[in-house]
Design a protein around this ligand. Structure first.
Ligand code: SF4
Length: 187
């Protein structure tokens, strides 16, 4: 029987892919471990790597603002990434890196057992929902994946680069709020 303690211990000094050689910190995940809603991003950036926490810095602040818009905060959700160590220069994580890291996220999802998963950005959406996922076309659509309701929206970093996408992201958040009301008990 798995546990958060066992998972954290197993993952703590992971060296399954080459990203271990350039990381400052492994960024495991943060939040409520029995949350009904989980957010999944692609991987740590520079600030996250330095602090060992997901979504800090400007993208993290925007994620906090997005949560506040639908009456949520970090203590009510769980936040994790596809890969736990920073790809150098913030490049996309390679397929082999995502595969090497998949067990950790799989165990996080199993232990948290969220009713809803929101993928933040293209990389997470391709890994969790559909390899053919296109974020500009498919964001905001709900999918059933392994018995859970999953949706993707733009990554906060993309919204910082292109503010023109924010109205679409706002509509995705409104859809999320509706879905929370429909299926969640504690948020
Ligand atoms: S990215 Fe994942 S698989 Fe690679 S070293 Fe870090 S924790 Fe291990």
């Amino acid at each position: 029987m798995d546990s958060w303690q066992a998972l954290k211990s197993d993952c703590a000094d992971c060296r399954r892919c080459s990203l271990c050689g350039t990381r400052h910190n492994l960024v495991f995940g943060v939040g409520r471990e029995d949350a009904e809603l989980m957010f999944i991003g692609e991987g740590p950036g520079e600030q996250e790597d330095l602090k060992g926490e997901p979504f800090v810095g400007p993208a993290g602040k925007l994620l906090d603002d997005m949560l506040r818009m639908i009456d949520l905060d970090r203590s009510m959700v769980y936040i994790a990434n596809i890969v736990k160590c920073r790809p150098p220069g913030n490049r996309d994580p390679l397929g082999v890196e995502q595969e090497a890291c998949a067990e950790w996220l799989g165990r996080q999802i199993a232990l948290c057992s969220p009713k809803l998963i929101v993928c933040l950005g293209r990389i997470a959406a391709k890994a969790i929902i559909d390899p053919e996922f296109r974020i500009t076309r498919d964001h905001g659509v709900w999918y059933d994946v392994g018995g859970r309701r999953c949706m993707a929206t733009y990554h906060p970093s993309a919204l910082l680069r292109d503010a023109g996408k924010r109205p679409e992201a706002f509509m995705d958040l409104r859809s999320l709020r509706k879905e929370i009301r429909a299926v969640c008990d504690s948020i």
